[in-house]
Design a protein around this ligand. Structure first.
Ligand code: SR1
Ligand code: MG
Length: 419
């Protein structure tokens, strides 16, 4: 699809001619496009993704489409999202070196990013469905969430720079609007694009009838839309993570925006919990041990997050927030202040976690963990556990003590019949 501004969507057939002469692509793939093998492999909801292979190696070419791929051209979507994704990736690479693929080239007019081909990495969600474990997963994600949260905030950044950056990213309007609708709103009414598994009606009625819970969700939406604590990844689910058995990378930050520090780690936790609740349909004899491993990943992620956040608080608190002038310089510790910030992040994360657990079963874009369970009679009770625990998390975010309590909650729901 071409636009008046000169944008033209690539295809596997046209990519070689169109990108011939892009030096960084030639460097990584080979100088002669006639020797490139190109495959379109995008299986996400929005973009084209090509693997380009040649005599020198391989690269990824990711190009935004002017509409939502999942739905079609009836839902237009601005190409400018590639610009924000590019700027998100450069900031993440700076704040947590090695966590994201290396960028080789960015073409704003064509809305395309050429980047490192991660191999033999595969999408984490696929690994969790097939019962694979990833060494160091919790540590990698805990570090990523802590470093991007802290270093993207005025705990660390100079205010002028951070405020200019908030201005830059505030141009990304349509993408946050997707999250505002699909995540925070649509699950709680009969929205046009919703779908859900047959048999869930009683649980959905409970959620939609719960005005206290819906008010809390809307309160979180207010925070999401108006709180610019830090630069978020914005879509940190297990499809935005690629891993081998021992190395993890974070991809796909086109939903980047400024928002509350608990958002990314909360969404991530929800995706681990959905993997957890869906496992009875995917595992046999190793069910319990694999589910326990998923809970260990959650515990480890938060433990790493808190330890790294505390280290950065000690060593890199150079912004205008909680200045040493008010604490250490007066011979007073700032530990209590830090713990209150961390507690706030935890409570936001718990509420966001519950909301994400709802939207992936009730709104437009479901996740494969549940979706690939073909038998609806098996899928519905597993989704019901997930939905009811999500409600509990939203309603009780302020009183869940810690990850041990969160895991006990998951174990309890895992044994319950909610339908
Ligand atoms: C229409 S986009 C649907 C979902 O895909 C993305 O990965 C985001 O999670 C979004 O909510
Ligand atoms: Mg994505």
């Amino acid at each position: 699809m071409a636009t008046e501004d000169g944008y033209d969507a690539l295809s596997a057939e046209t990519l070689g001619d169109r990108l011939a002469g892009v030096g960084r692509l030639e460097e990584h793939v080979g100088p002669d496009p006639s020797q490139w093998q190109v495959r379109e492999v995008g299986d996400g909801n929005l973009n084209l993704v090509f693997i380009v292979e040649g005599p020198n190696g391989a690269a990824i070419v990711k190009q935004a489409l002017p509409y939502v791929r999942l739905v079609g051209d009836s839902w237009p979507l601005p190409l400018y999202r590639a610009f924000y994704e590019y700027h998100a990736l450069t900031r993440q690479a700076e704040r947590d070196p090695g966590s994201v693929p290396e960028i080789y080239h960015f073409d704003e007019a064509q809305a395309l990013i050429i980047m490192e081909f991660l191999s033999p990495h595969t999408i984490l969600r696929r690994k969790l469905i097939s019962g694979e474990k990833v060494d160091g997963l919790a540590e990698r994600l805990g570090l990523f969430c802590a470093r991007t949260a802290f270093r993207g905030s005025e705990l660390s950044m100079a205010s002028a720079r951070k405020k200019a950056d908030v201005g830059l990213f505030s141009g990304n309007v349509e993408i946050p609007a997707i999250t505002e609708a699909l995540v925070f709103t649509d699950p709680y009414f009969d929205a046009e694009m919703n779908n859900h598994t047959a048999g869930l009606a009683p649980v959905i009625a409970t959620l939609r009838g719960d005005t206290r819970m819906k008010a809390k969700v809307q309160r979180m939406l207010m925070k999401f839309a108006s709180n610019t604590e830090t630069l978020l990844h914005g879509d940190l689910h297990s499809g935005s993570i690629m891993a081998t058995g021992s190395e993890t990378k974070i991809i796909d930050p086109e939903f980047v925006q400024y928002g509350p520090m608990g958002f990314d780690i909360g969404m991530l936790t929800a995706n681990y919990l959905m993997a957890y609740f869906s496992q009875p349909a995917h595992r046999g004899g190793d069910l319990e041990s694999y589910q326990e491993w998923l809970l260990e990943v959650i515990v480890g992620t938060f433990a790493t997050f808190e330890a790294e956040f505390a280290r950065l608080w000690r060593e890199e608190r150079t912004g205008m927030l909680y200045p040493a002038a008010l604490f250490e310089d007066q011979g007073q510790p700032s530990d209590e202040a830090r713990d209150a910030v961390l507690r706030n992040i935890w409570e936001d994360a718990m509420a966001i976690c519950g909301i994400e657990m709802h939207r992936r079963c009730l709104s437009l874009a479901h996740n494969a963990d549940f979706e690939e369970i073909e038998d609806a009679a098996l899928r519905a009770p597993l989704e019901a556990r997930n939905l009811m625990m999500g409600r509990d998390l939203i309603l009780n975010a302020e009183t869940i003590a810690d990850t041990a309590a969160l895991c006990d909650m998951a174990r309890a729901y895992n044994g319950k019949d909610m339908l």
